[in-house]
Design a protein around this ligand. Structure first.
Ligand code: SF4
Ligand code: SF4
Length: 350
């Protein structure tokens, strides 16, 4: 029997849900949503489940991930119940439910805790640099290996178990019978959505935003490859050097535009930014910018006398890898891709 929890609404407000209790169930939001279909109908259903606090139903649902936050539903809601932001807050809440460490939920709910995490990582980087007597060569060497080790460790110990928990909530616990071959046949869905997010093209007038996201994803992955595997900061290869410059420029230009939109609040998606939204765009911007400046300082032969610049870049990198990637908004990229995959698996097994 389903457990109704009227207090759930209060909990969801800590994840950004605003005014969804005002919903009187008219269905306008679902009618105007260009991504809602008869078999995957939302957001009204999600609003009802949230108002009633039916957490198990919400946890087993993939619908919050099927929304790409165009904001049409919010614009047409006669009760200003803001269903678009409710869907966003459900994604944050689900992230906290998938995360076995519990840190994701704590960081979403508490700005002071997030700030403490950023301060502690800064102290850690400075302490390490002091321990190494601020020897730039050693610190750059560490930074290079840190990226590789952090990617492997975060994926193995945080993200992979969390994806398995998501699988448990949406497939295993509801006892959906899925054959092994269905999992294999649906893999294409995972890869296509992970790299293209093509479903968001179904939102009206979303082509520019989709394209910006696309080049950001490719720019980010390419810069990661260039710094980790092509060792950009130590490379003498002109092609690799220029490639890194181009990738870092793509990242900080696109994220600068995203930050501008959030400040201007010119679209529904930008009207209710939470700290986690800001951390994501600001840190990505800083990653691109500081990487660009570090490489420019190397080429101008002034990094040795300005080693603080590399320390700044390393601090941003460590905070990104240890806070934002495993526990922050970066995870939405991963969970959304797996949601598309699990959705396909469920439909093929129906
Ligand atoms: S349009 Fe607003 S009031 Fe109507 S069902 Fe959706 S959220 Fe509720
Ligand atoms: S924000 Fe857009 S995609 Fe999401 S539920 Fe509302 S109308 Fe649908």
């Amino acid at each position: 029997m389903a457990n109704i929890d009227p207090k759930f609404g209060e909990a969801l407000k800590e994840y950004g849900g605003v005014n969804f209790n005002a919903c009187y169930n008219c269905g306008n939001c679902t009618a105007v949503c260009s991504l809602s279909t008869p078999e995957d109908s939302f957001p009204r259903e999600m609003v009802r489940l949230s108002v009633l606090g039916l957490q198990d139903d919400l946890k087993s649902s993939l619908k919050p991930w099927l929304c790409y936050y165009c904001g049409e539903c919010t614009t047409h809601c006669p009760q200003t119940a803001n269903p678009g932001e409710l869907m966003m807050s459900l994604r944050r809440w689900l992230t906290s439910q998938y995360d076995w460490t519990g840190l994701s939920g704590l960081l979403y709910k508490s700005l002071p805790l997030s700030i403490i995490a950023f301060v502690l990582t800064t102290i850690g980087v400075i302490a390490f640099a002091a321990y190494e007597s601020f020897n730039l060569e050693t610190i750059i060497h560490f930074g290079h290996y840190f990226e590789m080790i952090a990617i492997g460790a975060v994926f193995t110990f945080i993200l992979l178990p969390n994806i398995i928990r998501m699988w448990w909530f949406v497939i295993l616990k509801p006892k959906i019978q899925v054959s092994f071959s269905t999992y294999v046949k649906s893999i294409r869905e995972l890869i296509v959505h992970m790299f293209t997010q093509k479903r968001s093209l179904g939102c009206d007038d979303n082509q520019v935003r989709w394209f910006e996201h696309l080049i950001l994803v490719f720019g980010y992955l390419a810069l990661l490859f260039t710094t980790v595997f092509l060792d950009w900061f130590s490379s003498q290869n002109l092609f690799v050097i220029i490639l890194g410059y181009v990738e870092s420029v793509v990242i900080f230009v696109v994220t600068f535009d995203f930050m501008g939109s959030r400040i201007k609040k010119n679209k529904e998606i930008n009207k209710f930014s939470q700290p986690s939204d800001w951390f994501f765009v600001i840190w990505l911007f800083l990653m691109g910018l500081t990487a660009f400046i570090v490489r420019a300082f190397i080429d101008l032969d002034i990094l040795e006398t300005n080693s603080w610049m590399y320390l700044l870049h390393l601090t941003v990198l460590v905070q990104w890898a240890l806070i934002i990637v495993p526990f922050g908004k970066w995870t939405h990229f991963l969970y959304r891709s797996f949601a598309m995959y699990f959705d396909k698996v469920k439909k093929m097994s129906a």
